[in-house]
Ligand binder design. Structure first.
Ligand code: PEP
Ligand code: MG
Length: 536
């Protein structure tokens, strides 16, 4: 037995076998299709082949493991014939004009999430099956070259993981991540939290661990390889205790997010794609405080069209049924790189050509996104949020483009709803002039990940500096207080959507500061609700 100390980016315990991660051979890419009829037929053919394979597997399994155990393959075949499942794939291919593999993957993710959040144990267990059948179809669509998939539950050990690799991993089989590189505020770490997966970084990984039994302890920030019987038994008990704590949190579903003295706090969730909405609803968040729209761009190999974006935003707005959905406009750059933007290589990308700077420069891209957002606003309660703001002038320019888009839609007779416009406060400049900015917008949302990076001059991506990347630094907390006070002086609300929002050691302080909203990873919503309800 060997123990290695690292840094936890998500608390929680996992016990399982280690699998060394190799780079994905062929991830499911999102791409546009012109001939949607042909693409649908391609899907139908792949689906029928998958059903046939499943029948064959059933016959084989009956002989090998008996009728009862073989039934699962017949259930899988039936799932592939399900109308709701097929309608969803068809809808994505025909209405969003997207490729069949992507449509199948998205449908699989969505349905799996819905099953995973059901109360009934039997239905919860179907979540894995939906994933399985979707993978089978994708495998056939890819000409037999399946995207890399985990075949059994595993602790993934890797040098490093990119956000795109992380997001494509099969959540049901992924027990934990352990990486050598990475930092606790990278987007990979954020995704791990969104996916509710224990994760450790800064571990000196060894290839010889492949296949060995291990324990990831996110509370003590350590990895135990080849645990002895006694340690294994101890951790199995701890895991059970954790699961019981989680069950208790479920009792907070449907309860108000209110302090003991009666102050109501808006408790929202952060998402990166439409399929995260099931988890937002499953964890009873009051809205979406940050929809990182750039994941639509990251998941694609070409610019997502207005219609594609409209369909995604509309889907989220409709699924949220009137609850607030704050869509942040494109925030690429730094660790979120998109090849087809052909951005120049920069010395200092975090401080470079990114986010609103690109949007105000390449208005065509910006307008396409804003048109999609405004069109979707007719179907729900959508707000827009602009990232990386440093000046009043930028806000005015962004709002002028939004005005232009509204005018065009009006002239074309296209419906749109009431849309509030807010900004991220994630640069020290924005926090310092928040008195001026508050006069221009409807709300502030404080991005503590970047605010910490820029205030402390510490690259959030640099694993070496991770130990001194300190979001509790007095300078950061003072900027938060200043922002909240300036928002209130102008009668607008201020929330936090950076990772600090879910740091329960600060919840009481945020309430005292007057923070109106906290937006956190969906799996952390109930934990934060508990903390707020225990605060004076
Ligand atoms: C932030 O900077 O705190 C934030 C929420 O945005 P992102 O993490 O996507 O940069
Ligand atoms: Mg940011």
């Amino acid at each position: 037995m060997e123990k290695f100390q690292g840094k936890a980016i998500f608390r929680g315990i996992a016990i399982g076998k280690i699998l060394f991660h190799e780079k994905a051979a062929q991830p499911v890419k999102r791409s546009g299709v012109e001939d949607t009829k042909a693409e649908w037929e391609r899907y139908e053919k792949a689906r029928d082949q998958a059903i046939e394979e499943l029948h064959e597997l059933y016959e084989k399994a009956v002989k090998e493991v008996g009728e009862v155990n073989a039934q699962i393959f017949e259930v899988h075949a039936m799932m592939l014939e399900d109308d709701d499942y097929n309608d969803s794939v068809r809808n994505i291919i025909e209405n969003q004009k997207l490729n069949a593999a992507y449509a199948t993957a998205t449908t699989g993710d969505n349905f799996a999430e819905i099953f995973a959040n059901m109360d009934d144990e039997y239905f919860r267990a179907r979540s894995v099956d939906v994933k399985d059948i979707s993978e089978r179809v994708i495998h056939i669509l890819n000409g037999g070259k399946a995207p890399r998939q985990l075949t059994e539950p595993a602790i993934i050990v890797a040098e490093d993981l990119a956000p795109s690799e992380t997001v494509q991993m099969d959540k049901d089989k992924l027990l934990a991540f352990v990486t050598k590189l990475g930092s606790s505020n990278s987007h990979t770490a954020i995704l791990a939290r969104n996916m509710n997966i224990p994760a450790l970084i800064n571990i000196d990984i060894q290839e010889s661990w492949n296949g060995k039994m291990a324990i990831v302890d996110g509370m003590e920030s350590c990895l135990i390889v080849d645990p002895d019987e006694e340690t294994l038994a101890l951790y199995k008990r701890k895991l059970q205790e954790e699961e019981e704590k989680q069950k208790l949190l479920q009792e907070l579903k449907g309860k108000e997010t209110v302090t003991k003295s009666g102050k109501k706090i808006k408790l929202y969730a952060n998402i990166g794609k439409a399929s995260d909405v099931a988890s937002v609803l499953g964890n009873d968040a009051g809205g979406i405080g940050l929809f990182r729209s750039e994941f639509l761009y990251l998941d694609s190999d070409t610019y997502p069209t207005e219609d594609e974006q409209f369909a995604a935003y509309r889907q989220v707005a409709e699924m949220m049924g009137g609850k607030k959905v704050i869509i942040r406009t494109l925030d690429i750059g730094a660790d979120k790189q998109v090849d087809y933007f052909h951005l120049d290589k920069e010395e200092n990308p975090a401080m470079g050509y990114r986010a609103i700077r690109i949007c105000l420069d390449r208005k065509d891209i910006f307008k396409t996104q804003l048109r999609a957002i405004f069109r979707a606003s007719a179907y729900g309660n959508i707000s827009i949020m602009y990232p990386m703001i440093i000046s009043v002038n930028e806000v005015r320019q962004a709002k002028a483009v939004a005005e232009e888009v509204k005018q065009e839609l009006k002239e074309a007779g296209i419906q749109y709803g009431e849309v509030e416009q807010g900004i991220m406060i994630e640069t020290p400049a924005a926090a310092v002039i928040s008195d001026m900015l508050a006069k221009e917008v409807d709300f502030f949302s404080i991005g503590t990940n970047d605010l910490t990076q820029y205030t402390l001059a510490i690259d959030r991506q640099n694993s070496k500096l991770d130990p001194i990347y300190d979001s509790h630094h007095e300078a950061v907390l003072r900027l938060i207080q200043m922002t909240v006070d300036n928002a209130h002086k102008e009668g607008i609300w201020a929330g936090i959507c950076g990772e600090l929002a879910s740091d329960t050691t600060l919840t009481e302080r945020f309430v005292k500061m007057g923070v109106d909203e906290l937006s956190v990873s969906p799996p952390l919503v109930l934990r934060v609700r508990k903390e707020i309800r225990e605060t004076e």
